[in-house]
Design a protein around this ligand. Structure first.
Ligand SMILES: [Zn+2]
Length: 187
């Protein structure tokens, strides 16, 4: 969970959700990349998502290793899929953890207000996070308003950690590892 922060990241709550996903007034659209199922609410939103997620400072050598640069990606959905996969693979490399067969779902709400409403429905409490990952649904919950390569890397880190360990490390250790991912994304 990446907290709303003024310079400080505090520890994540271990989220355990046992209910059905109730909030969905709008129809989700979905695109699949190699590592992600990306749910968004409109194609104009997808444009914003594409401009908010920037992988230009991730090393070119790394990107060349994992993408075929000969294939030109013109459409917005192809660009978004490629960016999300680059971040996911980079998060795996930073952690040196490569759990098999992960396909993480990412639900991108319009704004923080919607995300907070979803959180309230799930947990009956106030959300203090920009985003959160739930193992049970294998889903990252996030909004266009606050999506960025760093926030995505952090939550993808949680997903990778949760799938790598048979016995999960303590919560604060999970959080330290996830913070390590977003702070080293551009190394
Ligand atoms: Zn976290």
């Amino acid at each position: 969970m990446l907290k709303l922060r003024i310079g400080i990241l505090s520890s994540c709550l271990l989220l355990c959700w046992c209910g059905s996903f109730g909030w969905a007034a709008q129809k989700w659209k979905k695109i699949n990349s190699e590592y992600c199922e990306i749910y968004f609410l409109s194609y104009s939103e997808l444009k914003k998502i594409n401009s908010n997620v920037d992988v230009s400072s991730i090393s070119l050598d790394f990107k060349k290793k994992i993408i075929n640069s000969k294939i030109k990606t013109k459409s917005i959905s192809e660009k978004v899929k490629r960016k999300f996969d680059i971040i996911f693979r980079k998060a795996e490399e930073i952690l040196n953890m490569y759990p098999r067969g992960i396909n993480v779902k990412i639900r991108i709400y319009l704004n923080q207000k919607q995300l907070n409403r979803v959180y309230r429905k799930m947990f009956k409490g106030e959300n203090k996070a920009l985003s959160f990952y739930i193992y049970k649904t294998n889903t990252i919950y996030i909004s266009t308003e606050h999506i960025s390569e760093g926030v995505l890397a952090h939550e993808m880190g949680h997903c990778i950690i949760d799938h790598y360990f048979v016995i999960l490390p303590p919560r604060n250790v999970q959080e330290i590892l996830a913070i390590y991912v977003d702070t080293h994304l551009k190394d």
